[in-house]
Design a protein. Structure first.
Length: 195
């Protein structure tokens, strides 16, 4: 029989340990991601985001924090951010007509411009449709931030700015991604509109 209390304690401890590892291993990578996004926004560019499953939900969450706001103490205009994961008509037509592996790349092709930033989220770093989106972003001279996990997979060498959560547990990686995303959004707001 599963000991639920022990499971909860172990899960919370593992989550806390992962955050400590992020602190030890990822500060420079997070700083680089903030800097490149601030630079893009200062030049009038935008952020596109793509990911699958829970990472797709994270894309929507992050885009909303930037478009609306995260910190209630800062009054600011919207920061352009588009989650490529939310348009069901687009995703299903793309999946049906050009293959699911191409849906994000097609949207990067249509919406991305030189100087824009793509945030590519993949817990494994090996998602085929995310790899194709990154390849398309590179052709368009976009900068690419990767939110990755484990060893970073194939994407670690492909993106300009990898932030690789030091865990092999998908749940802990996803928790790390949203923690880093909140830090990223808060710092971008502060850099652009803080006092």
């Amino acid at each position: 029989m599963l000991d639920k209390k022990k499971f909860i304690i172990d899960s919370l401890n593992e989550s806390a340990e992962t955050k400590k590892k992020i602190l030890d291993e990822c500060i420079d990578d997070i700083t680089n991601a903030v800097d490149i996004l601030v630079e893009a926004y200062k030049k009038g560019n935008k952020l596109l985001l793509c990911g699958n499953g829970g990472s797709a939900a994270d894309c929507q969450h992050i885009a909303t924090e930037l478009m609306i706001r995260l910190s209630h103490k800062i009054q600011r205009p919207a920061l352009p951010a588009i989650a490529l994961t939310t348009d069901t008509s687009n995703l299903t037509a793309g999946g049906n007509d050009i293959g699911f592996e191409n849906v994000f790349a097609r949207n990067v092709e249509g919406l991305g411009n030189e100087g824009d930033v793509l945030l590519a989220i993949s817990t494994s770093g090996n998602s085929g449709n995310i790899i194709k989106a990154v390849e398309t972003a590179k052709v368009k001279n976009m900068k690419v931030i990767g939110f990755l996990g484990g060893n970073g997979g194939k994407l670690k060498q492909m993106v300009n700015y990898p932030v690789t959560i030091p865990s092999s547990n998908v749940q802990r990686i996803q928790e790390g991604h949203i923690t880093v995303a909140h830090i990223l959004c808060e710092l971008v707001e502060e850099e652009l509109y803080g006092k």
